[in-house]
Design a protein around this ligand. Structure first.
Ligand code: NAP
Ligand code: MG
Length: 501
């Protein structure tokens, strides 16, 4: 298997991986000041792919200074909105030209099937940059009809300044795009810290950022650990805003740390999303959708449909369909064209998800299918798609985000009961409802406390559609026009026209 999959790696990818990895600071490729590096691992083989610089406070400080210089002086603030838009569009073109290379890098570093990286991750990245390239020329203010005689009053939307962006490993390049596209369209400068598990696609992106014509210091990429590089970025007094996607636990830490210098904060955190199947739904569509809702990206999605509520009348009809989908999934290395689910991203996640499986069993839940790494796979962080039944609301597997291919299937009786159960969580990122009854669907959508509700679908995303959380799933909306709020600040200007009398 290893030899087969290795032969599928494009020469450009092999060449990039074997090249020495450096960080992008002020338009230069540099080592960490300490000279330290760390390994990024291929989760399908558990072997090191590459060494990358272990950036720390000193490197973050250099990057922030570069971003500040680029923001205050130099070519970036003098570029027109149209020129900024064209640079973002050019970046999208360059990523598209290298789509296969990026897809392979994601597969090797993260573990996801190449078919998925090719068809979903990278095309969404390209589309996302193009969408925000268009916004660069549309960041508008307003004129305000004030009632003070002789005054002309208008607002302008100005960039926030130097932005620290800390991203996770589940969609490495796509999370970078969600953060960078809008920040650049609005004229900010950025220090980006990729996740330690998946730094490679961000470093390759850095090369294209150079080639797309962004002036030095506009985008800086510092690889390193969260506790060191990430924490330094959050603490740095000259960072105006921190944008974070990751765990709720670290989100809370970031908010507390950012309070010191009153940085703006936007947080896209975890979830435990309810997926509700009513008896009057198209049950085949709902079952397939429910399986995709939890298993897409191996369950490593903040919006994964991890609590599956099925109306009791059809529970015994729907459950076997989900079990069947689960058992049809082909686990294997992401490069193998037969694979439909790869390994989890890291040994930590493997241990963590297995810990939840043990907790579920210990608390008395039943495993309808799955339950750990299949015996046929002796290497790699694989976990079989798993369905728990017989769960109780207080169980750990029902309350906490597992972030793996594990779903809890729960029967319910009526709409009021299921909406209350769906909302019985600290999270509020997403929810879904499956029914042919339009009133029931919209009523449930209105009552569910979640930033996104899908009706008769799941995991639909578009660069134009805002995404973000209620409750402890965070705040601030990424994507769409809504994200401009996160990366601009409003200035009100009063002009005395001298006509008061
Ligand atoms: P995490 O620790 O929240 O990591 C997300 C990002 O934050 C990474 O870049 C990480 O750096 C950085 N980070 C960690 N500690 C930090 C700190 N003290 N200050 C600043 N930045 C810091 O998530 P994880 O440990 O990878 O995964 C644990 C759990 O988080 C998962 O099981 C899942 O439940 C949740 N999660 C959610 C999402 C989401 O999309 N909402 C994504 C990933 C994980 P490192 O490179 O050092 O990790
Ligand atoms: Mg890796």
């Amino acid at each position: 298997m290893q030899a087969v999959t290795e032969s599928l790696i494009a020469p450009a990818v092999g060449e990039f991986i074997s090249r020495r990895k450096q960080m992008l600071i002020d338009g230069e490729w540099v080592d960490a000041a300490s000279g330290e590096t760390f390994s990024t691992v291929d989760p399908a083989t558990e072997e090191s792919l590459a060494e990358v610089p272990a950036g720390d406070a000193e490197d973050v400080d250099r990057a922030v200074r570069a971003a500040r210089r680029a923001f205050e002086s130099g070519p970036w603030p003098r570029m027109t909105a149209s020129e900024r838009g064209r640079a973002i569009w050019k970046l999208a073109d360059l990523i598209e030209e290298n789509l296969e290379e990026f897809a392979q890098l994601e597969t090797l570093d993260n573990g996801k099937p190449l078919t998925v990286a090719r068809a979903a991750d990278i095309p969404l990245v390209v589309d996302h940059f193009r969408y925000y390239a268009g916004w660069a020329t549309k960041v508008e203010g307003e004129t305000i009809p004030v009632s003070v005689p002789g005054m002309f009053t208008y607002t302008t939307r100005e960039p926030v300044g130097v932005v620290g962006q800390i991203i996770p490993w589940n969609f490495p390049l796509l999370m970078a795009a969600w953060k960078l596209g809008v920040a650049l369209a609005c004229g900010n400068t950025v220090v980006l810290k990729p996740a330690e598990q998946t730094p490679l696609s961000a470093l390759r992106l850095g090369e294209l950022i150079d080639a797309a014509g962004f002036p030095p210091g506009v985008v800086n990429i510092v690889t390193g650990y969260g506790e060191t590089a990430g924490a330094a970025l959050t603490k740095h007094p000259d960072v105006d805003k921190v944008a974070f996607t990751g765990s709720t636990e670290v989100g809370k830490l970031i908010m507390a740390t950012a309070a010191d210098s009153l940085k703006r904060v936007s947080l896209e955190l975890g979830g435990k999303s309810p997926n509700i199947v009513f008896a009057d739904a198209d049950l085949d569509l709902a079952a397939e959708g429910a399986a995709a809702a939890i298993y897409f990206n191996h369950g490593q999605c903040c919006c994964a449909g991890s609590r599956l509520f099925i109306e009791d009348k059809v529970f015994d009809k729907v459950l076997p369909k989900i079990v069947d989908y689960s058992e049809q999934i082909q686990l294997g290395p992401g490069l193998d064209p037969e694979t439909t689910m790869g390994p989890l991203v890291s040994s930590e996640q493997f241990e963590r998800v297995n810990g939840f499986l043990d907790a579920g069993k210990a608390e008395g839940a039943n495993i309808a299918t799955g339950g750990g790494r299949p015996d046929s796979l002796t290497k790699g962080y694989f976990v079989a798609p798993t369905v728990f039944t017989g769960v109780k609301p207080e169980m750990k597997v029902v309350r906490e985000e597992i972030f793996g291919p594990v779903v809890c299937a729960v029967p319910f009786k009526d709409p009021e009961e299921v909406v209350a159960a769906g909302n019985d969580t600290a999270y509020g990122l997403a929810a879904a409802v499956w029914t042919k009854d339009i009133q029931k669907a919209h009523r449930a959508a209105r009552m569910l406390k979640a930033g996104t509700v899908w009706i008769n679908c799941y995991n639909q995303f578009d660069a134009a559609a805002p995404f973000g959380g209620y409750k402890q799933s965070g705040f601030g909306r990424e994507m769409g026009k809504a994200a401009l709020e996160l990366y601009t600040q409003l200035k009100t200007t009063w002009v005395n026209l001298g006509e008061a009398g």
